[in-house]
Design a protein around this ligand. Structure first.
Ligand SMILES: Cc1cc2nc3c(=O)[nH]c(=O)nc-3n(C[C@H](O)[C@H](O)[C@H](O)COP(=O)(O)OP(=O)(O)OC[C@H]3O[C@@H](n4cnc5c(N)ncnc54)[C@H](O)[C@@H]3O)c2cc1C
Length: 544
């Protein structure tokens, strides 16, 4: 019905959808290395391989790879339990882009280089870079990297597997390890009744000559097309670590893929429930030493789960900065709006802290002294805890800077948002990590001494830091109770990040961190803070 009082509309023009304005263009090729000041500084500070990383960052950030990542996440992995005749297949198929992304990362040395003359710092930087493009493929690459030190407990097996795990390349063929040029490894620890409490594992391991036969169920087993799985099972001598190959000379090992998890995060990678039906397994380490053996793997996956949230935050912030520079509201670019600048600067500080902690953790992995090794255990846990706790709110705030478009899957924000909580949950969920920090400090005095030395090294430069450190030490001259473990880890991680930033970054970063992360005078939400050097902090995100 028309309103007779209304003026006649002018002859309608069809909307010209090629005349778009005030919608920032897609960013195109992004040089993830050149655009990232904190990354380049941290790499230089800790002796990472800038040349390798520059090449990787320039390549992985191109529109081609980011489109491949989108493709890999659009098509869900498919489980094929049986062939048409009812024979078991136990195969998962992926979008071809998933395999291409594994070629990219493994071919550049993501999993292997740290063990063949490269450094853990360079590895950590690759985790950071690859997480920005496609976090799902990081999972199999990280587990492959991390499995190498655990395998050392069985030198004969390591002689066969390690050269293939550390090869610069990806070989997805479903054939026994000896026929492969490169290999990947996964891990199968978690069972239905408990993941944190590994000693409750029920999978049984019965001796079979030199080897063992495993029977049981594993509740989470990611990257089920890996060439083998490091597994915990109860042998006659107690909980023991095993390598269960997926393929044997005679065909598939007795590993049944039961179903794939319908999970929150990335869609490119698969996580399965599996069953061992008398699966052939090699023992790694002594019987009864399972937790101690596999902890070598867990320790290294923790480094990656400390670094990945920094990558996710970086990807979200870079997108936010790009958007805010190209979008205007009320006649002013978003990036010039005082309130938006406050939000972006505050988020940038979270990223600075995560980069500082993650790279420092990686550097302790490269260290060779007893103090380095002791410090690595506690620093990696502090970094994993704080960076992962900050990741979801940072990604969410970055999403909001794009307004409605941040909610649209054509931008990277929805994937980053779904992925943001993951690295906190696996490989030691928040509480487990905090309790582990207390245990390490109590059991390894050298770790406590080394941490105290790192905290002490920054004193005298900032009154707020000195006061916060004194308050921390006054509250805990000794060992905190379990119930205080989160408070302790949060406080220690913020202080360690402050110490690193004070000693290593420009004044605006250290000053902003001390003002906003050590003083109690701030609100609960990002941007509820004043006195930041916004121009300096935003410039470090690489805003155009
Ligand atoms: C996407 C995805 C992929 C995964 N891939 C793998 C894989 O490949 N292989 C594998 O083995 N596992 C994998 N996991 C499993 C993961 O490692 C476990 O979910 C995790 O270790 C927690 O174990 P749980 O789920 O049994 O929780 P629980 O152990 O039951 O813990 C539940 C909660 O209790 C807390 N908690 C535990 N102990 C204490 C305590 N003493 N005091 C206070 N709080 C405590 C934990 O922090 C956690 O918040 C994956 C998980 C996810 C989500």
């Amino acid at each position: 019905m028309t309103n007779p009082a209304s003026p006649q509309p002018a002859t309608p023009r069809p909307p010209a959808d090629d005349e778009v304005f005030n919608q920032p263009c897609p960013p195109g090729d992004i040089d993830l290395w050149a655009a990232d000041i904190p990354l380049r500084e941290a790499t230089a500070r800790h002796g990472g391989d800038a040349q390798t990383l520059a090449a990787y960052g320039a390549s992985a950030g191109t529109a081609r790879w980011r489109e491949a990542a989108r493709e890999a996440n659009r098509q869900l992995p498919e489980l094929h339990t049986h062939d048409r005749g009812g024979r078991r297949r136990d195969v998962v198929t992926f979008h071809p882009a998933y395999h291409d992304l594994l070629h990219l990362g493994l071919g550049a040395g993501y999993a292997g280089d740290a063990w063949t003359g490269g450094s853990h710092v360079t590895h950590a930087a690759m985790v950071y870079l690859h997480s920005q493009v496609e976090p799902g493929t990081c999972c199999p690459m990280t587990m492959t990297y991390a499995a190498v030190p655990a395998l050392a407990a069985n030198p004969a097996l390591a002689a066969i597997w390690q050269p293939r795990l550390t090869a610069r390349g990806y070989d997805p063929a479903c054939v026994p390890i000896t026929e492969k040029s490169a290999a990947t490894l996964g891990m199968a620890m978690t069972e239905k009744q408990g993941g944190s409490d590994l000693r409750s594992n029920q999978t049984q391991a019965l001796p079979d000559g030199e080897a063992f036969r495993l029977t049981g169920h594993k509740w989470f087993c990611s990257a089920p097309m890996s060439d083998g799985f490091l597994t915990l099972a109860q042998a006659p001598g107690g909980l023991t670590c095993f390598l269960v190959p997926r393929w044997l000379d005679g065909g598939a090992n007795a590993i049944h893929l039961m179903r794939l998890k319908d999970k929150l995060g990335n869609r490119a990678n698969a996580s399965a429930e599996i069953e061992y039906h008398g699966a052939f397994a090699h023992r790694i380490g002594e019987e009864g030493d399972g937790v101690r053996t596999i902890i070598a793997m867990v320790h290294h996956t923790r480094l990656d789960t400390a670094m990945a949230p920094a990558g996710l935050m970086r990807a979200a912030l870079a997108e936010a900065a790009w958007w805010c520079a190209g979008r205007s509201v009320f006649q002013r670019r978003l990036i010039d709006q005082p309130l938006m600048r406050r939000v972006l600067a505050d988020l940038a500080l979270d990223l600075e802290g995560a980069v500082a902690l993650g790279f420092f953790a990686a550097a302790t992995f490269d260290g060779t002294s007893d103090a380095d090794r002791a410090l690595a255990r506690v620093v990696v846990a502090l970094a994993k805890f704080l960076s992962n706790k900050r990741c979801p709110p940072v990604v969410y705030e970055a999403m909001e800077t794009l307004g409605g478009m941040g909610y649209v899957e054509e931008t990277p924000l929805p994937l980053l948002y779904r992925e943001a909580p993951l690295n906190s949950i696996w490989e030691g969920s928040g509480n487990v990590i905090c309790l582990d920090i207390l245990r390490t400090l109590a059991k390894v005095p050298l770790a406590d001494d080394a941490l105290q030395a790192e905290l002490q090294a920054a004193t005298g430069a900032d009154n707020r830091y000195d006061a916060a450190l004194a308050a921390h030490r006054a509250r805990w001259p000794g060992r905190p109770d379990e119930g205080d473990a989160r408070w302790f880890a949060d406080s220690a991680a913020r202080l360690l990040a402050a110490s690193l930033l004070i000693r290593n970054t420009p004044g605006a970063v250290a000053d902003g961190w001390c003002a906003s992360r050590l003083d109690a005078a701030r609100g609960m939400v990002s941007g509820a803070i004043s006195g930041l050097d916004e121009a300096a902090l935003i410039a470090r995100i690489g805003a155009p």
